[in-house]
Every structure is written in structure tokens, then in C-alpha cells.
Design a protein around this ligand. Structure first.
Ligand code: AMP
Ligand code: ZN
Length: 127
């Protein structure tokens, strides 16, 4: 590139250089309603809820989607976060977890996330 510019890898560790909205949420650069947080992951309520409970669980580090080389420890931390979300939100009767990958699935934010949906009888539409 131009002299004086530098290539920036898309990691959550460079908050000022990262245009990803979920990296900014992970870095607390933009506000969200945090439900659970630890070293690896953060869970926050979806801005446009599709169910009475609709919380997103994301890794703090940037991965594009579920197939983007996400380490096993991170996936385990996300499973733990889902359990914490269910406990905090009182989803004792059950809930649904969805992760969209790519345009056919309607993925709009290209930072891996799992939707946790519940708080009502979800029925059998779309799984
Ligand atoms: P997907 O279609 O699977 O990529 O889902 C992206 C989700 O992110 C949608 O349900 C949006 O409502 C949600 N979303 C986008 N921006 C924000 C934000 N700033 N805070 C919370 N949720 C968001
Ligand atoms: Zn990101």
C-alpha cells in the first residue's frame, strides 16, 4: 500500500482500526445490553428481537462465521455462555440456537455469532 499505511488484520485486538460492529461491542466501544461476559466471549441482547428472549453469543476475537477456524476452547466457551444466558433469562423450558453462515442463510453481520431464542413456545417452523 501507500507509504505510511499499514495492513490491518481483522482481529478484535485493534479496536480503533476495526470496522466490525460486533468487534466494537466486544471491546465495549459501542453500547449493548450485556447478558454474560468472560475472557473469550460476550453475550448481548439482539437489537431487533425475533422472540421474547433473543440474545447473541459471540467470540471476542473476530471470526467470519462458524467455519472460520474457531478454536475448540472458544466454541466451548460459547456453549458455556449459552448456558449462562439460559439461566439468566430463565429459559428453563428450552430454547433454540441458530448460527447463520453466508448469504443464503441471511447472515448480515460477518462476525461469528449464535442466536439464542426463547421465552415462548417456538414451535417447529425452521427446525
Ligand atoms: P445474522 O442475520 O445472523 O447475521 O444476525 C445479525 C443480528 O445482529 C441481527 O439479528 C441484528 O438484529 C443483530 N444486530 C445488528 N447490530 C446489532 C447491535 N448493534 N446490537 C445488537 N444486535 C445487533
Ligand atoms: Zn468482528
Amino acid at each position: 500500500g501507500e507509504p505510511g499505511t499499514r495492513v490491518v488484520t481483522h482481529s478484535g485486538k485493534e479496536p480503533a482500526m476495526c470496522d466490525c460492529i460486533f468487534c466494537k461491542i466486544a471491546n465495549h466501544e459501542i453500547p449493548s445490553t450485556v447478558v454474560y461476559e468472560d475472557d473469550r466471549v460476550i453475550a448481548f441482547d439482539d437489537l431487533n428481537p425475533q422472540a421474547p428472549v433473543h440474545t447473541l453469543v459471540i467470540p471476542k476475537k473476530h471470526y467470519a462465521d462458524i467455519t472460520d477456524g474457531v478454536p475448540a476452547e472458544t466454541l466451548g466457551a460459547m456453549a458455556h455462555a449459552i448456558d449462562e444466558v439460559a439461566r439468566v433469562k430463565g429459559l428453563d423450558k428450552g430454547f433454540r440456537v441458530i448460527s447463520n453462515k453466508g448469504e443464503a442463510a441471511g447472515q448480515t453481520v460477518m462476525h461469528f455469532h449464535m442466536h439464542v431464542l426463547g421465552g415462548k413456545d417456538l414451535g417447529e417452523g425452521l427446525i
